[in-house]
Design a protein around this ligand. Structure first.
Ligand SMILES: *Cc1c(COP(=O)(O)O)cnc(C)c1O
Length: 397
C-alpha cells in the first residue's frame, strides 16, 4: 500500500516548506554592508570598481560592468552590439522572458529557437537554420547552470559574422572545457537576484574582453553621460554631457560590498550544489517516473536549478498533479520555464505560436525544478527524494 499523500489528507514529508532556491547571507556579508553605510559613498563610489575588478578576475576576462539587474545586463549587452530596428537576435525559447525582452527594448526582433531535448540548452542546429540576412547576434542561455555548447555556437557565429552573447545568469562559477563562464562569448550577462548563484538583492553584471563595449555600457548605465558624479566631485567640476540615450542602471556601493563578500563563496557554494545534485542523480536514477537532464562532457555545472522531467508512460497523472502533490508534501517545486514564445506578449507582437519550438514545448509539459541551494542540508535533500518517491509510487501505472 503506498502512503497517503499529503494532498489527500496524509502526513506531509516535511513540516515546513522547503523553497526551490534561497540565498546565503553571513555575518561577514552584513558587516561589509554596514561598513559602506557608514562611509561617504552609498552609490557610484569606490566599491563598484573593486567589485568589477574582482569579478573580471574571477571570470578571467578584461572587463566587467556592474548594473542593477540581470535584465539591465542583457539590455546593456544589446545596446553595446547596437541592436536596433530590423535586427534579428536568435534566442532560445527555453528561458526567462527577460532574455528576449532585452532585444525588444532596443527595437529588435527576437527569433525563438528550440532546445536540445536531452539538456534543454539552445540547439546549435536550430540556431543555424534560423539565421537570415537580418540576424545580428545569438544569445545562448546556460540553462539550469550548465554552459551551452559554446564551441558549436562560436563556430556558427564566426561563420556568419554574428555576435555571441551568453545569458549566464544561472551559471556563475561554471566551466566549459576549463574555460570559465563569463569568458565563453563576446559578452556574458549575470544576475544577482536572491535565487541566483550569489546575490546583491537585485543586481547584474556584463563581462567582456572588448574595451569599447565596456566603455559604452558604463555610459549606458549612467543616462548616457560621460562622467560620473564622483569624478566631477573630485575634479570640483559641474560640467557633463549626455552623449546618447541611457538609463539609470547603476549598482550601489552597498550592493557592491555585499557582492564582493558573496563572490568569495560562490565556488564553495557551487560545490555544495553539485553534491546535492549528485545525491538526486543517484536516487532518481532508480525511479521510473522521472528522468534527469543530461550533463555535457567537460563542463562544470553550476546547478542553479535541478530540473527533472516526468515520464508520462509511467505515471497516471500529469505534471500539474505531480507539482501539486509535491507542494502539499512541503517541497517547493517550480517550473522553469514557460517557453518564451508562448507568452501572450510575443504571440500578439511577433505572431509566435504553439508548434514553433516542439521540443521545448513538450519539455515544458513535463518539467519540474526540485529545490537546490547551498544552504540545503542533506536531510532537506533526503526529504525531497522521499517526497518524489512517495508521489511517484502513488501515481505509478
Ligand atoms: C534571472 C534571470 C534573468 C534576469 O535577471 P534579473 O536580475 O532578475 O533581472 C535573465 N535571464 C535568466 C536566464 C535569468 O535566470
Amino acid at each position: 500500500m503506498p502512503a497517503t499523500l499529503a494532498i489527500d489528507g496524509g502526513t506531509p514529508v516535511r513540516k515546513t516548506l522547503l523553497p526551490y532556491g534561497r540565498q546565503s547571507v553571513s555575518e561577514e556579508d552584513i558587516a561589509a554592508v554596514t561598513e559602506v553605510l557608514r562611509s561617504d559613498w552609498l552609490t557610484t563610489g569606490p566599491k563598484i570598481k573593486e567589485f568589477e575588478t574582482a569579478f573580471a578576475d574571477f571570470c578571467g576576462v578584461h572587463e566587467a560592468v556592474a548594473v542593477n539587474s540581470g535584465t539591465a545586463a542583457l539590455h546593456a549587452a544589446m545596446f553595446a552590439l547596437d541592436i536596433g530596428k530590423g535586427d534579428e537576435v536568435i534566442v532560445p525559447t527555453m528561458t526567462f522572458a527577460a532574455t528576449a525582452n532585452a532585444v525588444v527594448f532596443q527595437g529588435g526582433t527576437p527569433v525563438f529557437v528550440d532546445s536540445d531535448p536531452a539538456t534543454l540548452l539552445i540547439d546549435p542546429v536550430c540556431v543555424e537554420k534560423a539565421i537570415t540576412k537580418n540576424t545580428k547576434a545569438i544569445i545562448a542561455v546556460d540553462y539550469a547552470g550548465q554552459p551551452a555548447d559554446y564551441a558549436a555556437l562560436s563556430a556558427i557565429a564566426q561563420k556568419h559574422k554574428l555576435a555571441l552573447v551568453a545569458d549566464a545568469c544561472h551559471a556563475l562559477g561554471g566551466k566549459d572545457n576549463d574555460h570559465s563562464v563569463g569568458s565563453l562569448a563576446d559578452l556574458s550577462t549575470f544576475s544577482f537576484h536572491p535565487v541566483k548563484p550569489m546575490t546583491t538583492g537585485e543586481g547584474g553584471m556584463i563581462t567582456t574582453d572588448n574595451h569599447d563595449y565596456a566603455k559604452r555600457m558604463r555610459r549606458f548605465r549612467n543616462h548616457g553621460i560621460t562622467s560620473e558624479h564622483r569624478e566631477r566631485h573630485e575634479a570640483r567640476s559641474w560640467f557633463y554631457e549626455m552623449q546618447e540615450l541611457g538609463y539609470n542602471y547603476r549598482l550601489t556601493d552597498i550592493q557592491s560590498a555585499l557582492a564582493m563578500s558573496q563572490l568569495k563563496k560562490v565556488l564553495q557554494w557551487n560545490e555544495r550544489r553539485r553534491a546535492i545534485a549528485k545525491k538526486y542523480d543517484t536516487a532518481l536514477a532508480m525511479l521510473p517516473g522521472v528522468h534527469t537532464l543530461k550533463v555535457r562532457k567537460n563542463v562544470v555545472h553550476a546547478y542553479h536549478l535541478y530540473v527533472v522531467q516526468i515520464v508520462p508512460e509511467r505515471l497516471r497523472v500529469g505534471r500539474k498533479e505531480i507539482f501539486e502533490a509535491l507542494s502539499a508534501e512541503n517541497i517547493g517545486v517550480n517550473v522553469h520555464y514557460v517557453p518564451a514564445h508562448l507568452h501572450p506578449f510575443y504571440k500578439k507582437r511577433f505572431g509566435t505560436k504553439p508548434g514553433m519550438c516542439p521540443m521545448a514545448e513538450a519539455a515544458y509539459e513535463r518539467m519540474l525544478s526540485l529545490p537546490i541551494f547551498a544552504a540545503m542540508s542533506d536531510s532537506d535533500a533526503d526529504d525531497v527524494i522521499e517526497a518524489v518517491r512517495k508521489v511517484c509510487a502513488f501515481y505509478a501505472r
